[in-house]
Design a protein around this ligand. Structure first.
Ligand SMILES: Cc1cc2nc3c(=O)[nH]c(=O)nc-3n(C[C@H](O)[C@H](O)[C@H](O)COP(=O)(O)OP(=O)(O)OC[C@H]3O[C@@H](n4cnc5c(N)ncnc54)[C@H](O)[C@@H]3O)c2cc1C
Length: 347
């Protein structure tokens, strides 16, 4: 019995020592041990899972992340990096308890380099905030997960997130040139160089993409950017069946047209979403579904030349006419476009 008490006392004093070290590294206000403070860090958006972390730490610099990882490595303490906690695959859940390292204080856009079409950011920047900041300079960061209003760029990288624009522009991994990463030992590395062509050495940058926090903690990211496409056309195309709609998608691509967004949805899903918008969100929907049609494609084309866009839109219509489709709805105003995308993203 005495031995058990001695062991328990030893464990308690080890924990106290560790907490003291964490507080030394990041400051007391950024070390959470109270259940109420830690609760939100025990879940993400993956169903109803919950794993209470032993401690949540919020570093503010790369050096702090490095020192934290050195301590955790030395004492073999499980570490779970966390962005905004919007993940749907449980990556941010501290399934082995231990330490959650929240990256929420890494929220700065460090540099937008208009000359080289690049930007250097911290991983806790919200995706949409970044998109808007580069758009103000005429630049475009295309990856657009539906959670872009709340998720972080570091989480996007660790999950290799994509969204409707992936069909033309690719996903997060297609826009990263280089990143600063703290390895589990605390060593700080850069994975590549800030150049478009980098042909030598192992591709550590891509190894980190989709690694879900298992290989290290990303502390800076260099993204490449594009010019912002000035114009777009958005069409909602009804079809009699799911099969007709899906066959039309392939035919559009075979015809040499690359939409900037291409999404499929069924009538039932659309009706439920309309009802949800109207009854729960109290936000009336002006879009009308077409009688007798059971499947829809949302097809967006973008570019800088209105005439080319309209010609491509006509070509899309020419293609879908060969299938059992109904009258194509064109979203004419920005408000209509926004409504259509919002509906789709809630599906
Ligand atoms: C309503 C909704 C819509 C969504 N839509 C999409 C979508 O369209 N497309 C899509 O791909 N996903 C989507 N998701 C899933 C999720 O939003 C994304 O995967 C997002 O990239 C997660 O970012 P986060 O900051 O919330 O990361 P978290 O959930 O906090 O973490 C995700 C993973 O990244 C790791 N991680 C976080 N930060 C770092 C870091 N700095 N260094 C190393 N590892 C780190 C974590 O350990 C974890 O493994 C959606 C989620 C919701 C709730």
């Amino acid at each position: 019995m005495a031995d058990v008490k001695v062991m328990a006392a030893a464990e308690t004093s080890k924990l106290d020592l560790l907490l003291a070290r964490f507080r030394e590294i990041v400051g007391s206000e950024f070390v959470m041990v109270d259940a109420a403070q830690k609760e939100d860090y025990g879940r993400d958006k993956t169903e109803d899972y919950f794993f209470m972390p032993d401690v949540v730490v919020k570093p503010g610099t790369t050096i702090e992340v490095s020192e934290l990882l050195q301590v955790c490595n030395q004492y073999k303490i499980p570490v779970t990096p966390r962005g905004a906690g919007t993940g749907l695959s449980g990556g941010a859940l501290p399934v082995k308890n231990g330490v959650v390292i929240s990256m929420e204080r890494f929220n700065k856009i460090l540099h937008i380099d208009e000359l080289n079409l690049q930007a250097t950011v911290e991983p806790g920047v919200i995706t949409e905030v970044f998109q808007n900041a580069v758009k103000e300079k005429g630049l475009f960061y295309p990856p657009d997960p539906a959670s872009r209003g709340s998720c972080f760029l570091g989480g996007n990288l660790a999950n290799n997130s994509g969204g409707p624009k992936a069909v033309k522009y690719g996903v997060t991994r297609d826009y990263v040139l280089n990143m600063e990463v703290v390895l589990p030992t605390g060593e700080i590395i850069w994975t590549a160089a800030n150049v478009l062509k980098n042909s030598t050495g192992y591709n550590l940058t891509q190894l980190m993409c989709g690694s879900e926090g298992t290989l290290g903690i990303i502390t800076k990211i260099v993204f490449k950017l594009r010019g912002f496409p000035q114009k777009n056309v958005l069409m909602m195309i009804p079809f009699t069946t799911n099969e007709e709609a899906c066959s039309a998608i392939a035919a559009i691509f075979v015809a040499g047209i690359t939409p900037s967004g291409m999404e499929f949805f069924e009538k039932d899903a659309a009706e439920k979403t309309f009802a949800y918008c109207e009854k729960v969100l109290n936000s009336p929907v002006t879009t009308k579904l077409t009688e007798g049609m059971n499947a829809y494609l949302l097809c967006e084309l973008d570019g800088n030349d209105e005439e080319v866009l309209m010609r491509d839109a006509e070509r899309v219509m020419g293609v879908v006419e060969k299938f059992q489709s109904g009258e194509v709805l064109f979203a004419d105003t920005a408000a209509q476009k926004e409504e259509l995308w919002k509906i789709f993203l809630r599906l």
